[in-house]
Design a protein around this ligand. Structure first.
Ligand code: SF4
Length: 246
């Protein structure tokens, strides 16, 4: 572990969640993120000081929920961007392994592949990887970052046989057309590590956080994506058979 950072900066927890991985999960949200996505619904996780935990303290919190995890459940670590604290994450995963608790690592892929990031990716039972846009121009315009680390993360998981679920948020007026889905599919196609590709609907539930934090909301006035449109686009994506299970 990085000796100068023996604790993690944690934003919040969610007990017994059913999203973000298989089965019943305990969610841990880490502070920090290199991106600034226009559709972010958690701007409160970008920076600042949350609660500090050592690996042992965090493990204690998770272990209390072990009886609920069953065969498929476990812990999901997310953010913000969890890999900003990759040295801690790699140690935490080792500790969870000892407990027999699987870790799903939910990442934007926005962090360069340092040795600690590689260790953290390899230590996860599944990596949930955002593919926010299909090219660098999209990342630059809407996330204030680059796609290159995302592609590097995907290739690393492919090479190291780490199972990946891809996720993309669909935003009305930005990426909600079939030709956008074609482009996303091109990026993912041919990767044997990709087990699922799930589209998520843009929603407006995070809007109040922008107001509270005094940050300008770049998508103010944009409506939530209609559920039926999401289903249409998911069916279109599924028809392209880009995952290993298709
Ligand atoms: S990567 Fe996630 S937490 Fe970071 S700005 Fe984008 S949506 Fe928000």
């Amino acid at each position: 572990m990085n000796k100068t950072a023996p604790t993690a900066n944690i934003h919040s927890f969610e007990s017994l969640a059913t999203l973000d991985g298989k089965g019943i999960r305990y969610g841990i949200f880490f502070v920090g993120c290199p991106y600034r996505c226009v559709y972010c619904h958690n701007p409160d996780t970008w920076s600042g000081e949350g609660q500090r935990f050592t690996v042992e303290e965090l493990a204690k919190k998770v272990v209390r929920y072990k009886p609920y995890f069953g065969k498929d459940g476990g812990v999901t670590i997310s953010g913000g961007e969890v890999l900003v604290q990759s040295a801690f994450v790699a140690e935490f995963e080792k500790r969870m392994k000892k407990e027999g608790v699987g870790v799903v690592l939910d990442t934007s892929g926005g962090v360069p592949l340092t040795d600690d990031v590689k260790r953290a990716l390899k230590g996860a039972e599944t990596v949930i990887l955002d593919l926010k846009f299909w090219d660098d121009a999209g990342y630059r315009q809407y996330c204030k970052g680059s796609i290159s680390t995302v592609l590097d993360t995907l290739e690393f998981c492919e090479k190291n046989k780490v199972p990946v679920w891809i996720r993309t948020v669909i935003i009305p007026g930005i990426n909600d057309r079939e030709e956008c889905i074609d482009r996303y599919a091109e990026v993912v196609q041919g990767h044997k590590c990709v087990e699922r590709y799930q589209l998520l609907a843009f929603h407006t539930m995070g809007f109040s956080k922008y107001e509270k934090l005094g940050i300008k909301n770049p998508l103010e006035g944009t409506p939530a994506l209609d559920r039926s449109r999401l289903e249409e686009l998911q069916a279109y994506l599924d028809s392209k058979k880009v995952t290993v299970n298709d």
